[in-house]
Design a binder for this molecule. Structure first.
Ligand code: ADP
Ligand code: MG
Length: 285
């Protein structure tokens, strides 16, 4: 590709809300065959809301929510916002700890409280386990609230698929690319979202620090990987990808780690970007 053609392509991208770090970035799209899509905030809006609360006998919904909110008050996770929004008077927490990609823990009213993924809690009743499965089958994220050494409640937290995500995935396929959904969320929830937007390959329950290894593994298998993400937990994987695309609505760390920024936070821009790059490279041969 001639420098002029690349510059023209870069300029056209800017008009479409696609910010390209340098003209050479367009070249790296040439052989991309796999597009890894982060779930929360990329395929979905990431604006979560509390859909349902299920408690064990003797525990009120209010108590379960207050315990959870006490911890989530100190967290920046989208799940945390959904839970704190549902509680007016949030109790104080001490010894707060963020369990990256798993949940949060701390001491509330003298009790050690853990909030997050099922794997964090050893003891869970069949009733709560059932509530967890019901939530996940709906595509919600089941958040366990535990104290006194066992699960006391399941909070069902709902995210929404962006209205343009399914069209974006169809567009990626039309370009001959294979979309892969990557998330720290549980398998059932991830499959639900994947089915809604037409993605067949799901890699779920991946810890933030392990997302980069998923990209490395795909590359080791011979794939040329583009990745679209928005979170702090996506940054390393975005940097490792052959082409990193950050949602403009995402974190600064993700944007810095990427080759391309999708200003509108619309997944269709990812398809547009790859199509634009191919056209730019094609026209000049
Ligand atoms: P994603 O890859 O979808 O952005 P994360 O890696 O941030 O997800 O988190 C993975 C999972 O860990 C979440 O789906 C949730 O079940 C749990 N989790 C993480 N942080 C929290 C939190 N603050 N409160 C409750 N659950 C959490
Ligand atoms: Mg995300």
């Amino acid at each position: 590709a001639t420098p002029t053609a690349l510059l023209v392509g870069t300029g056209r991208g800017a008009q479409m809300g696609i910010l390209i770090k340098g003209p050479e970035v367009l070249e790296s799209t040439r052989r991309v065959d796999t597009v890894v899509l982060d779930k929360t905030g990329t395929v979905t809006t990431g604006r979560m809301s509390l859909a349902h609360v299920h408690t064990s006998d003797g525990v009120s919904e209010e108590d379960a929510l207050r315990m959870a909110a006490a911890l989530e008050h100190a967290s920046e996770h989208p799940i945390a916002k959904a839970i704190t929004a549902a509680v007016a008077d949030v109790p104080a927490v001490t010894d707060f700890k963020n369990l990256e990609g798993l949940g949060v823990q701390g001491v509330v009213g003298g009790k050690l409280v853990v909030v997050g993924r099922a794997g964090l809690v050893d003891t869970i009743s069949d009733d709560l386990l059932n509530a967890k499965e019901v939530a996940e089958r709906k595509g919600h994220t089941a958040v366990l609230v535990a104290w006194d050494g066992r699960a006391q409640a399941v909070l069902s937290v709902a995210d929404t698929v962006k209205p343009t995500s399914a069209e974006a995935v169809r567009g990626l396929r039309a370009l001959g690319l294979n979309p892969v959904l990557l998330t720290g969320d549980n398998e059932a929830t991830a499959r639900n979202v994947a089915a809604e937007v037409g993605i067949g390959t799901v890699i779920a329950e991946v810890l933030p620090k392990d997302k980069v290894d998923v990209v490395r593994r795909l590359q080791a298998e011979g794939h040329v990987v583009a990745m679209v993400g928005d979170g702090v937990n996506d940054a390393a994987a975005l940097a490792q990808s052959d082409l990193g695309l950050a949602m403009g609505t995402g974190t600064d760390v993700a944007i810095e780690a990427s080759d391309l920024t999708l200003v509108r936070g619309d997944l269709r821009s990812a398809t547009d970007a790859i199509r634009l790059a191919r056209r730019t490279l094609g026209t000049i041969k």
